[in-house]
Design a protein around this ligand. Structure first.
Ligand code: SF4
Ligand SMILES: [Zn+2]
Length: 348
């Protein structure tokens, strides 16, 4: 066989086999998400990303308004390439969390890679709360996502040496849950970093000087090169995580990564009284809107370009009309779209 025959064979094998499958798989996720959205009965609490951005968008998102924005009830589609870009941004968190874990700086909850158990060890919980009148749960690792304000400190522990159940020594970071039932706020920080020597002592003494809330963000080079301080929306978001600690952890490290070049930037932000007030103001507006069924008036124009609710936002639909349309679609009823041009089917 001549060299050109061999190269000819090799050339044929270069044809993509897996990429079409991958594209089809990524595209199929649109259908799945659509099903989840249309079958979802109601959203859970307010998430920090919702509270920190456009408040109209937050309300639309809680209402599930995106399901009324296609005329023939097809899912709004995210292109496979866009999805890969978004997912790559999401994995930044895992990567950075691993780096911070390996540096010994992370506090939080941990998942044993061998048996899947999650949470701090019983010993740590006993140590921390033995004199504070809190009940220690004999059955073992506690249900961490139902904690109230300040109880967040129960779930801030360094990576365990070994799993008390199976002896496993490999853990992944399960992040730090924030839950404020009075305001229905819930979410997860990207991490809590600790630079001090004795975190239990510091928590007991309410000394949070050495604690930092971490925020990891990825963005394209164009955006990355333009700023010399953290984006306001990210500062707002981190301030809400600070709220989840009763504003006791009030320093935030916002770390940006350039998706194109892997350059990084860090901004340390101190949560001020004004920022605290802004967080509370936003939560109040959202809760008021959800209670009175009135859409917030202020539009955050900087977020409009990629907003999935733009069509609904620009329409004349009221809160209750949107709510009814969503409900009818979820119940499988016909919805009349007269006077409402709902646009095409490709979102990005
Ligand atoms: S289109 Fe703009 S103003 Fe309207 S909800 Fe979206 S981000 Fe907010
Ligand atoms: Zn285990």
């Amino acid at each position: 066989m001549s060299l050109s025959d061999i190269l000819g064979t090799a050339k044929k094998l270069e044809n993509a086999i897996f990429l079409p499958k991958l594209d089809a798989y990524l595209d199929s996720l649109n259908e799945k998400e659509w099903e989840d959205k249309t079958s979802r009965k109601h959203d859970t609490g307010l998430h920090p990303s919702q509270i920190s951005g456009c408040l109209r968008r937050a309300v639309f998102s809680k209402l599930g308004a995106e399901i009324i924005t296609t005329p023939d009830r097809k899912p709004l589609r995210v292109h496979p390439k866009s999805r890969r870009i978004f997912d790559n941004g999401s994995y930044l968190h895992e990567r950075m969390q691993k780096y911070f874990k390996d540096m010994g700086l992370l506090l939080g909850t941990w998942e044993c890679k061998s048996c899947g158990s999650v949470s701090p060890t019983r010993q740590i919980e006993e140590d921390l709360f033995e004199n504070e009148g809190l009940t220690y749960k004999e059955e073992g690792w506690v249900f961490y996502n139902k904690y109230k304000l300040y109880d967040i400190f129960k779930v801030m522990v360094p990576v365990p040496k070994s799993c008390p159940y199976c002896g496993g020594t490999h853990f992944t970071y399960a992040e730090v849950p924030i839950y404020v039932p009075e305001q229905e706020v819930e979410g997860r920080t990207d991490g809590i970093a600790y630079l001090g020597k004795d975190y239990l002592k510091d928590i007991r003494n309410r000394n949070f000087e050495d604690f930092y809330i971490l925020e990891f963000k990825s963005e394209n080079s164009f955006k990355f090169q333009k700023h010399s301080s953290a984006h306001q929306v990210h500062i707002n978001q981190a301030a809400i995580y600070s709220f989840g600690t009763g504003f006791m952890v009030d320093k935030i490290a916002v770390i940006y990564e350039d998706k194109n070049t892997q350059e990084i930037k860090e901004y340390i932000v101190q949560v001020t009284k004004e920022m605290q007030e802004e967080v509370l103001r936003r939560i109040k507006i959202l809760n008021h809107s959800l209670r009175t069924k009135e859409l917030p008036k202020d539009k955050m124009k900087s977020e409009c370009t990629y907003c999935p609710h733009k069509i609904v936002c620009d329409s004349e639909l009221t809160y209750e009309q949107i709510e009814n349309r969503v409900l009818n679609i979820r119940l499988g009823k016909e919805v009349s779209d007269e006077n409402f041009d709902l646009g095409g089917d490709m979102l990005w």
